[in-house]
Design a protein around this ligand. Structure first.
Ligand SMILES: *Cc1c(COP(=O)(O)O)cnc(C)c1O
Length: 500
């Protein structure tokens, strides 16, 4: 593949960065004309003299017409890649298609137009929705106490560990350590540290699960909890969940389930039934909220009866007189979020759950697992499969063979996938797999699309032998080519400076 730039005339609309909004338009251009002034005119300079700093120049705002601004944003959108553009098999992130009906529901005037300071009797519908959603999540998780406040999964982790700490302190014991498997998402040890505990890393066994002997050795009465991801980040169901949770409980510790991978198991098994005391759910992953642009999301936490009194308050409740109100749990850790959390995300989740029903949710998980296993089987000969087991909704390959053969790294494979029109999978995570490629196809991709993805991955494996240099220079077709990711993270230059 050659670069296209030579064939493109200089005036042609490019997919790449063209003019900035600040370089577009002319001083007299306007999008809107404000109505004529119908109040007395004030001279701000006179009015604010001595009381505020007054600018002496006009702010540098773009002067553009409506059509220019429409084109500006459409152009920016076309430079981006999203689930609506193509498939996005980013492992652990569950980048599935989010049904539009959730957007319709979240935009109902009765939901979108509410103010959190409104009197309670005027927000009965919103409280009812939250009660019903909490009940549904309690049913799905098998853990009846639910807070909808946390704003994301990581925030849910923190909320749950704070509840755990309050629970232990209430029984008069301070416990300092929390066990985290080495395959865990980085937010797990970060949460442990933020909460003032010490993180103890548990190694995985050859099967990809928690090493039981290491667990036994680590368990004592200083352990407050374990944070287990199930299915774990290798895409594998933790076969020893029951035994692990029993061992953890036997020393008086609690068991936390990182529920980010609920998309593989909902309607099939319930974390509460397998001995977990708490779980967070990423509504934006599993229950129909678009994400990937940084939010907003929601990370409700579900807990056992014993932990209910410690949940953040207030909690929406159905009162005996049939109305809805707010209640404060008896030994609440306090608020973790202003108002009621990210309410729009809660509305989408409720719409998603009601739209699919119990059977539908089960089908989502079954389909997600089937898709992942199908892709795994199609790719297993071309790439190394470090944990060769039936997977859940995602699986992890390794690019070690490609690295050995053509000096091609997983990063190069990911970049090359962009040229084939796919968002790359998650790479270099989990940390315990060298040159990891973590693929989560999700249930919303058709068989035809899965085949297209498999074909692209197989073609790239071919290219590693025939033309490794090509992969190292990819991508060729994107608006921005390869960027210096380290410099972009360490020395971000986000400010536009006007020339001259
Ligand atoms: C996404 C994810 C998290 C963090 O959730 P956020 O909503 O991004 O804060 C935690 N654990 C696992 C396994 C995840 O995939």
């Amino acid at each position: 593949m050659t670069e296209r730039s030579a064939q493109i005339p200089s005036g042609a609309p490019a997919r790449g960065p063209r003019r900035l909004i600040f370089e577009t338009g002319a001083p007299e251009s306007r999008c809107v004309e404000p109505p004529p002034l119908d109040v007395p005119e004030l001279d701000l300079k006179v009015r604010l003299q001595g009381r505020a700093k007054i600018r002496h120049e006009m702010p540098m705002l773009p002067h553009v017409t409506e059509v220019e601004i429409a084109r500006h944003y459409s152009h920016l959108a076309s430079m981006n890649f999203g689930v609506d553009t193509g498939s996005y098999p980013l492992g652990s992130c569950t980048m599935k298609y989010n049904p539009r009906i959730g957007e319709d529901a979240a935009r109902y005037e009765g939901f979108a137009g509410l103010h959190p300071y409104q009197p309670i009797e005027t927000v009965q519908g919103a409280l009812e929705l939250m009660c019903r959603l909490a009940e549904a999540l309690g049913e799905i998780s098998g853990l009846p106490g639910v807070t909808l406040q946390p704003a994301a999964g990581a925030h849910g982790e923190l909320t749950a560990l704070m509840c755990f700490r309050a629970y232990h302190l209430a029984s008069g014991i301070e416990r300092r350590r929390v066990l985290v498997p080495d395959s865990a998402h980085g937010t797990n040890p970060a949460t442990v540290a933020m909460c003032g505990f010490e993180a103890i890393t548990l190694p995985s066994d050859a099967d990809g699960g928690v090493d039981l002997a290491a667990l036994d050795e680590a368990l004592d009465d200083d352990v407050a909890a374990i944070m287990l991801t199930n299915p774990n980040t290798l895409g594998l169901f933790e076969r020893n969940t029951l035994a692990i949770n029993e061992a953890v409980h036997s020393v008086g510790a609690l068991s936390y389930c990182d529920g980010a991978n609920l998309n593989a198991i909902m309607g099939i098994t319930r974390p509460g039934d397998t001995g977990f005391d708490a779980l967070h759910i990423n509504l934006h992953k599993t229950f129909g909220t678009p994400h990937g642009g940084g939010g907003p999301g929601a990370g409700p936490v579900c807990v056992t009866e014993a932990l209910k009194p410690f949940l953040p308050g207030p909690i929406p409740v159905h009162l005996d007189d049939g109305s809805f109100g707010l209640a404060e749990p008896a030994r609440s850790i306090g608020r973790v979020r202003s108002f009621f959390g990210n309410f729009g995300v809660l509305v989408r989740a409720y719409a998603y759950i009601r739209g699919l029903g119990g059977e539908g949710l089960r089908e989502v998980s079954e389909q997600a697992v089937l898709s992942a296993n199908y892709l795994k089987e199609r790719l297993r000969d071309a790439y190394e499969l470090p944990y060769d087991r039936t997977c859940m909704h995602e699986f992890v390959l390794s690019g070690v063979r490609q690295k050995r053969e053509g000096g091609v790294r997983t990063l190069d494979i990911a970049k090359r996938l962009l040229d084939y029109g796919f968002h790359p999978p998650t790479i270099y995570f989990p940390l315990i797999v060298e040159e990891a490629l973590m693929i989560e196809p999700t249930e919303t991709e058709s068989l035809e699309e899965l085949d297209r993805f498999a074909k692209a991955m197989l073609a790239i494996a071919e290219e590693v032998s025939t033309d490794p240099a090509l992969l190292k220079a990819a991508p060729f077709t994107t608006p921005v080519r390869r960027v210096d990711e380290v410099a972009a993270a360490r020395k971000p230059d986000l400010r536009f400076r006007r020339e001259g």
